[in-house]
Design a protein around this ligand. Structure first.
Ligand code: SF4
Length: 408
């Protein structure tokens, strides 16, 4: 398949009929993942602190260091029941993310990672992201590589692609001026790839960016992926989702007509419904990122039905059933797995089970509910049924996209 340049990608993204775009993306999907399978994962997103110097205009999660009534940092003891529950529910990975804390340098993270690995040696740490790595490097006066190497020794397994939003300094200067520049984000990832560390790449669209900037973002990822050392994974997956604006400063500024001159929200007039925009974005990512193996359908923000449609637009992975998530939920993402017919309701009872005379709660060793959602094994069953309803075979994976042995 010929590699797309910017003009070709933009033209396809903007102008191709949706069916045609998704058809091309699906052909590319099968070139990467020939099997008729769709993977998913069980993990838990733990936010170790909400204190953050960055103050991104789209973030409802963080608080400033001078807001002690809101600020928290988890103690080591706080993690233990979370890990125990994660293990009970069949997961083995913590997605660990937080803010840019003014006092936490490299030693703080090394201590935390060592403690977590000592408490549970089989635990996988998919932790931090380029903004946090750049922040630690700055306050600890280390290079990105030194930070990554020391954290790897302390227990960091893989680096999430957090904080990319749109890799355009025009966009970043306005939305998140204290975060790393586009170049710095890519530099952290380059260093991680040079160490052989597996990472992911993300894109958060639907704010002040143009369609051209979305394509530039994908092309920057593709260029960096081309440069990864031979035999290393680099970006193993790409995930995109629409920015959640509910209650954010960005939304307030827009509502008050106070976005500075030349900036609009969204950055270009919406040509598509939100669902079509998501499908088109997944599809064009599959086509541009010809050197990234997996594309995720990020169902948490768009809802499960639209997430499932993305499986016919180039995505081959449904991401995580997400035992815990606090950040995008704080800005309005409240989709849960129980959006499909016959799924588990808010009281934990599965409508289909009840019709069948079973009680879904009996098989939940530790019922856990977050953001109105439910976790395993009911959630695993729902995810598997949802994937199967699209004609694909559900496939439980670990964070490296390897099959997992135990499925319950
Ligand atoms: S998105 Fe991350 S870096 Fe930005 S304010 Fe929120 S916690 Fe801080």
């Amino acid at each position: 398949m010929k590699r797309l340049d910017k003009d070709e990608a933009l033209s396809l993204y903007r102008d191709a009929p949706l069916d045609e775009l998704c058809g091309q993306a699906q052909a590319a999907r099968y070139a990467h993942v020939p099997e008729q399978r769709v993977s998913y994962q069980i993990d838990r997103n733990v936010n170790y602190t909400n204190v953050c110097l960055s103050g991104c205009k789209f973030c409802n999660f963080h608080c400033r260091p001078d807001e002690p009534e809101k600020a928290y940092t988890l103690s080591f003891e706080d993690y233990l029941p979370k890990i125990a529950e994660l293990k009970t529910l069949g997961g083995d990975q913590l997605l660990l993310q937080g803010g840019l804390h003014p006092r936490y340098g490299i030693e703080w993270y090394e201590t935390l990672f060592r403690q977590l690995k000592e408490a549970e040696p089989t635990l996988r740490l998919n932790a931090l992201g380029p903004p946090e790595i750049a922040h630690i490097a700055r306050i600890s006066r280390l290079s990105y590589r030194e930070v990554l190497q020391r954290l790897q020794v302390a227990g960091l397994d893989t680096l999430p692609g957090a904080g990319a939003e749109i890799l355009s300094d025009r966009v970043r200067r306005f939305l998140s001026p204290a975060k790393p520049t586009a170049r710095q984000w890519l530099d952290v990832m380059r260093e991680a790839h040079a160490l052989g560390m597996s990472t992911t790449a993300t894109m958060v669209y639907g704010h002040i960016e143009t369609l051209g900037e979305r394509i530039d973002h994908l092309l920057a990822l593709r260029t960096l992926q081309d440069a990864r050392p031979t035999g290393t994974p680099g970006f193993r997956a790409f995930i995109c989702w629409p920015m959640q604006l509910s209650g954010t400063e960005l939304q307030r500024l827009a509502d008050a007509g106070r976005l500075p001159g030349g900036i609009a929200l969204p950055g270009e007039p919406r040509r598509w419904t939100p669902d079509e925009e998501f499908l088109r974005t997944v599809a064009i990512a599959r086509l541009v990122l010809d050197n990234v193996d997996h594309i995720q359908a990020s169902w948490l923000t768009v809802g499960l039905p639209t997430g499932l449609r993305a499986l016919h637009a180039g995505a081959d992975d449904m991401g995580s059933i997400m035992i815990e998530e606090n950040v995008v939920s704080a800005a309005g993402a409240h989709h849960t797995l129980d959006e499909m017919p016959g799924r588990v309701g808010q009281d934990g009872r599965n409508e289909q089970d009840e019709r069948d005379g079973r009680d879904g709660r009996e098989e939940q060793p530790g019922r856990y509910r977050q953001g109105g959602g439910l976790a395993c094994p009911a959630a695993v069953r729902m995810m598997r049924e949802a994937i199967a309803s699209t004609g694909f075979t559900p496939w439980l994976r670990d964070q490296l996209y390897q099959p997992r042995l135990s499925v319950f």
